[in-house]
Design a protein around this ligand. Structure first.
Ligand code: ADP
Length: 463
């Protein structure tokens, strides 16, 4: 099959979250299964600072690089739109011209396919930034012979981000007003780009089986539950894989010592190293809780903020890495000042520190209110850090009471109760080691997920 992935962020070129991990790994896993896959993404400023693999110029407005053995990654270049520090916005919020930027990206991506004569069987789009592709293919390009056999698969990585814009901006997309109605892109008098992707793609997937059910309900549907329920015969949930070439404590060069299920002794060194670099007292017996997350309500920061003072009175240490809502920055800063021997706070994006936290922590806190899939818990498993999560989406599909802690009422009380239980169990060496071993053995490899995508692509091609 000829497959093209079109997405707004791809590891190792640009990343703000799990989407980038997925689009960096899936095409490589498909390549291993014998498929021909390419990737197209915007040529942001940060893309050009990546040293390995190198990014080279291709033609006017296009550059390229390679991942895996031979997966070509093309970058749509445009100084005005993409030569900026952020991917989607800056400190003041989202960039005002995002609709223009990503319409441009989608149009140019389709043009590029013709230019390089890559006639895809499948165009796999991800999140709202590439959701206009299925819209273009079913509308202005519906009769285009180049794409006549092409089918689209659209993956929702997070329904909370929909690409909502004032209707007056529709001309920027190049679409005509015929698509602006309730059955298509209109959403309460606004343009909803994601909705366009959901309506016009041949198959919709999301990143865990539980989330694929949840998004059809009012509680998790962000207003699009009706659209999704209508298309439920075309909606599938496939759990993300984890790239174990990047996330492997036995080979990771970013951590203080390597370890594996066979010899876990290196983990104690990683904990000591983390405590030292985080200015926390070096203590083996105190459980260290790691957090690597966006500081957002979605990630459970509302209940964490409510509980944090009480958490600090437990016999624990906590290293928090992340950026997000100013409100949570401030609360966590106050707490880190109040309890400097308990909390070490890092308000930034730092991949190396993230690796050190997964490796050096005993527990990984991820009480997301909703979680399409979640990579943090999968990474923490592999690094022997026991996840503590709320039962939702991909967390419900991966964490259970044999490999972690999972609570099923979203409240400060239940969070605290679960943390207390984990802190108590930490002292029970045998039980704790079993939890660690079970987690480290979990296998969420891309090989399994990629095979499921292959089946979905075959299904799409048969439509
Ligand atoms: P999201 O909803 O943010 O995509 P995921 O759990 O799916 O959440 O993926 C988050 C990814 O981003 C993980 O690989 C995690 O380690 C990484 N990450 C999140 N915040 C940071 C940060 N501040 N620094 C480094 N890595 C981070």
């Amino acid at each position: 099959m000829k497959i093209v992935m079109i997405a707004s962020e791809v590891v190792p070129f640009a990343k703000t979250g799990g989407l980038a991990d997925v689009v960096g790994a899936l095409p490589v896993a498909l390549e291993k299964l014998g498929e021909e896959a390419i990737v197209i993404m915007p040529g942001y400023k940060c893309v050009h600072t990546v040293k390995n693999p190198q990014v080279k110029s291709f033609t006017e407005g296009i550059s390229y690089s390679k991942i895996g053995k031979n997966v070509l990654v093309y970058f749509i270049e445009n100084k005005e739109y993409f030569d900026r520090d952020g991917l989607y916005g800056d400190k003041t919020g989202d960039y005002k011209d995002n609709l223009e930027r990503f319409s441009y990206f989608c149009k140019k991506a389709l043009e590029l396919l013709k230019q390089i004569k890559f006639k895809p069987d499948i165009i796999h789009c991800h999140d709202w930034q590439s959701a206009l592709i299925p819209v273009y293919l079913k509308n202005p390009l519906a009769e285009d012979p180049f794409f006549v056999k092409t089918r689209t698969v659209f993956t929702i990585h997070n329904l909370g981000y929909q690409g909502l814009f004032p209707k007056e901006e529709l001309p920027k997309t190049g679409l005509d007003w015929g698509v602006f109605n309730m059955e298509m892109l209109e959403y309460y008098d606004k343009i909803n780009v994601l909705k366009g992707g959901l309506v016009f793609s041949d198959i919709i997937t999301t990143v865990s089986p539980t989330y694929s059910q949840e998004i059809q309900t009012k509680e998790f549907g962000f207003g699009l539950e009706g659209v999704l329920a209508k298309r439920k015969d075309r909606l599938y949930g496939i759990l993300n894989g984890l790239d174990y070439t990047i996330w492997d404590p036995a080979k990771d060069t970013k951590i203080a010592a390597n370890f594996s299920t066979k010899d876990i002794s290196g983990k104690a060194k990683c904990k000591e190293d983390l405590q030292k670099i985080c200015n926390l007292p070096v203590k083996k017996s105190v459980p260290l809780i790691g957090v690597v997350s966006r500081l957002a309500e979605q990630k459970g920061f509302d209940i964490v903020a409510e509980a944090i003072d009480e958490i600090c009175h437990l016999d624990i240490q906590m290293v928090i890495l992340g950026t997000g809502d100013l409100k949570y920055h401030q609360i966590m800063e106050q707490m880190a000042k109040k309890y400097p021997k308990v909390i070490s706070l890092h308000l930034k994006f730092d991949d190396t520190l993230a690796h050190k936290i997964y490796a050096g922590s005993d527990m990984f806190l991820m009480p997301s209110k909703y979680e399409p899939c979640g990579l943090g818990q999968m990474i923490s498993f592999r690094y022997g850090s026991v996840p503590i999560v709320f039962k939702t989406g991909g967390l419900a599909d991966t964490v259970n009471d044999k490999n972690g802690y999972i609570f099923d009422v979203y409240s400060k009380e239940r969070l605290l109760q679960t943390l207390k239980k984990a802190v108590k169990d930490f002292k029970l060496k045998k039980k704790w080691n079993q939890l660690i071993q079970q987690g480290m053995k979990e296998n969420f490899s891309w090989a399994t997920s990629a095979k499921k995508y292959q089946k979905i692509y075959e299904k799409a091609m048969s439509l």
